[in-house]
Design a protein around this ligand. Structure first.
Ligand code: ATP
Length: 219
C-alpha cells in the first residue's frame, strides 16, 4: 500500500528545501501524499516570533499548487504543546492500522530524536525516512548519535525503500535528496539584515512576509 508521508516542522518560514524534500520523498518512496504539519507551540524550541496561524498560512501558500501536498492544521489549533507522538496517534486512528506512514525528517531532527517525548513509541506508529542535510553528518556514521538511537537505527534499517510499503510502521530509511543549504534561520537573518531571501522560498510566501512585516529587525 502506498505510504503517506508526514513532514512536521516549525516552517518559520517554509522554504524550498522543505518543498523539494517533500517532492523527492514522494517520488522515491512512492508516497500517496505528503502532509505538512506546522507545529503549534513546539516543545523543543523557543516560541517563534511569528504566530502559529501565520506559519500555517505560509505553509498553505507554499503547497497549494501541488496536488500531492496537503496541510494539516491540527497542531496549530491546539492550545497545548504538540508532541509528535500525540499527532501520530491521532493520524493512526484516522487512517487505520494498515496504512503505512512515513515521518520525514532531516538529519538534524533525526539526531535529536532520542530527546523527543516517548520517542521509542513512534516506531509503533510510523516508519521514519531521514534526509541527508548539508552541514550534518550522514546518519549512519554520525558520532553525535546517542547509543540508544544508534541501536534502534541498526535494528530497524530498511534495506530498500519499497519495504516501507509492506508494513505500516517500524522501519528507518535514509534518503539522498538534492542538497539545498537553505534554512529558515538563514531566511530570517537575511530579512533582519534588510537583504532579500528571494529564490530561497516561494514568491507567494515572500509576498506574505512583506505584507505582514514578518522577521524584520530581528537579525
Ligand atoms: P530553523 O532554521 O528555524 O531551525 P529549518 O529550516 O530547519 O528551521 P524546520 O521547520 O525546523 O526548518 O524543519 C522541518 C523539517 O525539515 C526538519 O525535519 C528539518 O530537518 C527538515 N529540513 C529543513 N531544512 C532542510 C534542508 N535544507 N535539507 C533537508 N531537510 C531540511
Amino acid at each position: 500500500m502506498k505510504p503517506i508521508g508526514i513532514l512536521g516542522g516549525t516552517f518559520d518560514p517554509i522554504h524550498f528545501a522543505h518543498l523539494r524534500f517533500a517532492q523527492e520523498a514522494a517520488v522515491s518512496l512512492q508516497l500517496r501524499e505528503v502532509r505538512f504539519i506546522p507545529a503549534g507551540r513546539p516543545p523543543h524550541r523557543a516560541a517563534p516570533g511569528v504566530s502559529p496561524q501565520q506559519r500555517l498560512e505560509m505553509t498553505r501558500l507554499a503547497t497549494s499548487n501541488n496536488p500531492l501536498f496537503l496541510v494539516d492544521d491540527r497542531e496549530v489549533r491546539k492550545e497545548t504543546p504538540s508532541y509528535t507522538i500525540d499527532t501520530l496517534t491521532e493520524l493512526r486512528a484516522e487512517l487505520g492500522e494498515q496504512q503505512p506512514l512515513v515521518l520525514l525528517m532531516g538529519a538534524d531532527a533525526f539526531l535529536g530524536l532520542a530527546s523527543w517525548h516517548r520517542w521509542r513509541e513512534l516506531f509503533d506508529l510510523t516508519h521514519i525516512a531521514v534526509a541527508l542535510r548539508p552541514g550534518y553528518p550522514h546518519v549512519m556514521w554520525a558520532d553525535s548519535m546517542p547509543d540508544s538511537l544508534r541501536s534502534e537505527l541498526h535494528k530497524r534499517m530498511a534495506p530498500q525503500h519499497r519495504w516501507l510499503q509492506d508494513s505500516p510502521a517500524g522501519l528507518i530509511s535514509t534518503l539522498e535528496i538534492t542538497p539545498l543549504d537553505i534554512s529558515a534561520t538563514k531566511i530570517r537573518s537575511c530579512i533582519g539584515q534588510d537583504e532579500t531571501p528571494r529564490y530561497l522560498l516561494p514568491d507567494s510566501v515572500l509576498a506574505y512576509i512583506q505584507q505582514n512585516h514578518l522577521y524584520q529587525g530581528k537579525a
